[in-house]
Design a protein around this ligand. Structure first.
Ligand code: HEM
Length: 502
């Protein structure tokens, strides 16, 4: 009896091993070198699921260990994925042969997350086109000038908040991710639907939009489970059914958009927000927008304005506080431009702040907000590397774009670890290798909100630099380490900076 039982257990283990290892020769069989360290079942993800490093750091490691190659295979758990390492191949995937790679690999179950499943990043076909079209319409120069007014009103609140903190001691220590999340969430509420998000009002923390943002994107046990199951093991989420947007927030946005849109349809008083632009577009197109799609567009505006931009701003603020000379040079530019426009922040003035663009670009190079992107092959396609490697990519294969790896490759960047905004100066920026710098991606799926993101970041830094000096606090852990379980890059222990009135 005991022998039968032992034999059965042994057979079960062997069967499990063969099941988990079934794909482990996928790349070897195709003549593509596979990154070292794959294990049955988890592939190259052991250090990620054990929270030693995050997924992006894992990709950067694979990139650097295989720098001389054009492509390298790796296993995202049991899925064979292909990392393309050459800018020319990145171009093929993102731009030249977009039709074969037009989908992002991350999938959202429309039953679990109905609103997010219509976000352009997660959608394709008609849904993708509608979402993109509405956002593109909102971010033309003319419309951005309208949204700028809302962003400026938030800067006044930001300044009041800082002045209030500084009134007692003249110097205050603040955590940048928290501060900039308050700012970008307040912008998302004001420029999204013209409401007060109460982000700078500590007494109203309970009803603040900041609470909503935290619930969706910031590290928590729920969000870690969500990240693993939705992004990395979608099959697991078929059972767990964890939604990225929690049910109460889903309901909150549906009610808010329904109520506000009814008001906007009745009265035609112009306002400076995204919802108003949608009401105008509805009138132009002559048909009422489907409410679920519209709520999804608003959520896209909200999540993207808040999450990505606050992440980028916290790392830019870190660089400014760590490099006083760069900060001073940027302050001079801000003051000169503001003087030219009688102290006002204007759309034209922001365009003239070109050193600000250099600083933003260089910070995004060192710490991109999306340090790697995963595309899905939709039609069989032959990729040819400059080293002679040919790979016939099959539909459903994941293609990894190692953004962070390319951003720090010494073949494209001299002293890649050094923060040097001069790389993006007018006389040097033309020599930057195309497709080796991808903070907003490239091709038809490139970030549709780039202009909005640059606008809100530039306005925020112009408002801060004209009044305050930033100085790095010893509370910041140097070198910065990232929190492995965070959805977007976030520094362990936070980025702490002293603000002093000038
Ligand atoms: C510093 C801030 C931001 C950064 C670094 C950033 C970066 C990116 C990147 C790298 C992508 C992926 C593109 C791809 O899949 O190839 C993306 C997509 C997207 N971004 Fe942004 N983004 C920022 C802010 C914003 C803002 C403010 C909005 C809108 C309000 C926005 C809306 C979107 C949308 C809708 C997509 C999906 C586009 C598509 O798949 O067609 N982003 N962004």
């Amino acid at each position: 009896m005991a022998i039968v039982l032992i034999s059965l257990i042994l057979a079960a283990f062997i069967a499990l091993y063969f099941y988990l290892a079934q794909n482990n020769k996928y790349w070897q069989n195709r003549g593509v070198f596979c990154a070292d360290g794959a294990l049955p079942g988890v592939g190259h993800m052991l250090s990620v699921i054990s929270m030693k490093i995050n997924f992006h750091e894992c990709c950067s490691k694979i990139y650097h260990n295989n720098r001389g190659r054009s492509m390298v295979g790796f296993y995202n758990f049991m899925s064979p994925s292909l990392m393309v390492l050459e800018p020319e191949l990145v171009k093929t995937v993102l731009q030249t042969n977009f039709t074969s790679f037009h989908r992002n690999a991350q999938k959202i179950d429309p039953d679990t997350d109905p609103l997010l499943s219509k976000h352009p990043f997660f959608s394709y076909g008609d849904k993708w086109l509608v979402g993109r079209k509405r956002l593109t319409y909102s971010f033309s120069s003319k419309k951005l000038k309208i949204l700028l007014e809302s962003v400026k009103s938030v800067c006044v609140m930001l300044e009041d908040y800082l002045d209030n903190k500084l009134s007692k001691t003249g110097k205050v220590q603040l955590e940048l991710k928290d501060l900039f999340s308050k700012y970008t969430t307040q912008v998302a509420a004001a420029a999204g639907f013209g409401v007060d998000g109460f982000c700078f009002d500590e007494e109203k923390a309970d009803v603040s939009f900041r609470k909503i943002g935290k619930k969706i994107l910031e590290p928590s046990i729920r969000n870690t489970m969500m990240l693993i199951s939705v992004i990395f093991v979608p099959l697991l989420n078929k059972i767990l059914k964890i939604s990225i947007i929690p049910k109460d927030i889903d309901n909150f946005f549906r009610t808010l958009v329904k109520d506000l849109m009814e008001e906007r349809r009745k009265e035609e008083i112009p306002r400076n927000d995204f919802l108003d632009l949608m009401a105008k577009l509805e009138r132009i197109e002559g048909d009422k927008f489907d409410l679920e799609m519209l709520t999804s567009n608003v959520i896209t505006f909200f999540i993207d304005s808040y999450g990505t931009s606050s992440t980028a701003m916290s790392f830019i603020g870190f660089q400014l506080a760590s490099h006083p000379k760069v900060q001073e040079k940027l302050r001079k530019e801000v003051m000169t431009v503001l003087d030219k426009y009688d102290g006002a922040i204007t759309y034209e003035g922001l365009k003239e702040m070109t050193y600000m663009d250099q600083v933003i670009n260089e910070s995004l190079r060192l710490q991109p907000v999306l340090p790697s992107m995963i595309k899905s092959c939709t039609e069989e396609f032959e990729l040819r590397g400059s080293d002679g490697l040919v790979c016939r990519v099959q539909p459903e294969t994941e293609i990894l774009i190692p953004v962070q790896g390319l951003h720090k490759d010494s073949r494209y960047w001299k002293n890649p670890e050094v923060f040097d905004p001069e790389r993006f100066s007018p006389d040097r920026k033309h020599s930057i290798e195309k497709f080796a710098f991808l903070p907003f991606s490239e091709g038809p799926r490139a970030c549709v909100g780039m202009r909005m993101a640059l606008l809100l970041m530039k306005v925020g830094f112009a408002a801060i630099l004209r009044k305050y000096n930033l100085e790095l606090s010893s509370k910041t852990q140097i070198p910065l380490k990232l929190i492995p379980e965070s959805v977007l890059p976030a520094a362990k222990g936070g980025v702490w900076v002293f603000f002093r009135q000038l």
